[in-house]
Design a protein around this ligand. Structure first.
Ligand code: NAD
Length: 437
């Protein structure tokens, strides 16, 4: 019996184009599966491949006991989820946040599978997370949490198996502790087990800037394709962490005008443009941008509505939804964050003529330089920053062109263009490997 003839109990959804059903709007996994179904239907993807991509390969849930500074013990819940390994080892970040959930981590792992395929990296997708609020924890508590979490997930991670990286509320130091914990367990240094590490212990030059810089590179390619000028273009950036702050720097240094920025503490806007270096220094010494005086304050909840030409959501999922999409003034949205725009919002924005460069292309600069870091670690041969940025640019320019060409050829938006490019590569790997046993 061929795989085609054995029907799955789950019927394939029909093409859902304008009536595409996002499931529950704020559930990232439902949103992700709706995107997959839509792309699969447009491509007439065979059922066995789609059915396999609708499931995560491995879901590991761990409890992480931590001795707190006051002598009590708290047990945190954590996850490591590998969505697909057909194109190579799993790759994806680790998030520390009170709102981490299994459906969120599943969706983020799925988007990593798609992203790695879109930029043609030899990786599958994964993600991890711990339900915690790192803002209320001391550095020593965070270190103990990180080391115990690493130990708990060490049964499925490794340089050849699954390579974590930073995400929301995790950073180079946390990657350093992860690398050390894993290395202590196996008895020798294994820098290739995580990326986004400090440069002194096997990190790559340029990794810190990579995601934000990549956001700029794809915006520049969009500007070329759509014939608009980035010089002086007003840009608003939601989120001022790794992605948002480095995107702000990249836009500012290359002549665009950063008019608005927000983070969890507040939003600011100045139509004349912000001095990004001054703002970075302010945010570093004040634990956020709230209270910055050289701009007007904007509520965090309505930040995406500020006047601008280019909006870069670089914070969390679901910040642009059916509730606020009609108030967005931007002409272009470049998704620095993963999953910031819901399917319902996508529809409203499409009607308004807003062009969206999707997360699986727009923020792929991070995983691309993570890939470079892993390659450098394996070879123990390190590249210059110039080489890293040149290679990053080559990969993103090519990926943008392939996605843009696909969207023109198939008359779909850039999100579906990206899904179609990624899905075709992924499907080919699934077909060629076949099914075990
Ligand atoms: P981060 O922890 O460094 O920064 C997150 C920022 O978002 C902080 O400034 C925080 O204050 C802000 N924020 C949180 N909620 C907000 C809200 N409601 N409104 C405004 N700001 C808010 O995290 P990061 O690494 O910059 O990740 C941001 C996003 O980019 C996430 O979706 C992540 O998955 C995605 N991403 C990160 C990378 C990477 O290399 N770090 C790569 C690809 C995608």
């Amino acid at each position: 019996m061929t795989p085609q003839t054995k029907a799955s109990p789950r019927p394939l959804k029909p093409s859902v184009s304008p009536e595409m059903n996002g499931g529950s709007e704020l559930n990232p996994w439902h949103q992700a599966m709706s995107q997959l179904d839509h792309a699969g239907a447009l491509m007439k993807m065979e059922q066995p491949v789609l059915e396999r991509l609708r499931h995560c390969k491995r879901i590991l849930e761990v409890s992480v006991p931590v001795r707190m500074d006051d002598g009590t013990t708290r047990v945190f819940e954590g996850y490591r989820i590998q969505h697909n390994l057909d194109r190579g080892p799993a790759k994806g970040g680790i998030r520390y946040h009170p709102q981490v959930s299994v459906d969120e981590v599943k969706a983020l792992a799925f988007w990593m599978t798609m992203k790695c395929a879109v930029v043609n990296l030899p990786y599958g997708g994964a993600k991890g997370g711990v339900i915690c609020d790192p803002k209320t924890m001391s550095k020593t508590e965070l270190e103990r949490l990180t080391r115990r979490y690493t130990s708990e997930i060490s049964i499925i991670i490794g340089p050849d198996k699954d390579i974590p990286a930073p995400d929301v509320n995790t950073n180079e130091q946390i990657m350093g502790w992860m690398m050390d914990t894993y290395s202590m367990t196996i008895g020798y240094s294994a820098p290739g087990v995580v990326t986004g590490k400090p440069v002194d212990i096997g990190g790559s030059l340029g990794r810190r800037e990579a995601t934000g810089l990549g956001v700029f590179y794809v915006t520049r390619e969009l500007a070329k394709a759509r014939g608009f000028d980035l010089k002086g273009a007003p840009v608003a950036i939601q989120g001022f962490g790794n992605v948002g702050s480095n995107a702000a720097k990249a836009f500012h240094e290359r002549g665009a005008k950063v008019v608005g920025v927000s983070d969890v503490t507040g939003g600011i806007y100045n139509e004349k443009g912000l001095d990004v270096d001054d703002l970075l220094a302010y945010a570093a010494s004040n634990h956020g941008i709230s209270g910055y005086r050289k701009a007007q304050a904007v509520p965090v909840e309505s930040f995406v509505e500020v006047p601008c030409q280019i909006l870069v959501p670089a914070a969390m999922e679901n910040t642009i939804t059916s509730k606020n999409a009609h108030k967005v003034q931007a002409r272009y949205i470049i998704e620095g964050a993963n999953g910031p725009t819901t399917i319902e919002a996508d529809k409203i924005l499409a009607q308004k003529g807003v062009v969206i460069v999707p997360d699986i292309l727009a923020n792929a600069g991070g995983v691309t330089v993570s890939y470079f870091e892993w390659v450098q670690d394996i070879q123990a041969y390190f590249w210059s920053e110039k080489d890293v940025f040149a290679k990053l640019q080559d990969i993103l320019v090519l990926a943008f062109k392939q996605v843009h060409d696909m969207s023109v050829k198939k008359s779909v938006d850039l999100r579906m263009g990206a899904f179609m490019v990624g899905l075709e590569r992924l499907a080919q790997a699934v077909r060629l490997r076949g099914m075990f046993p």
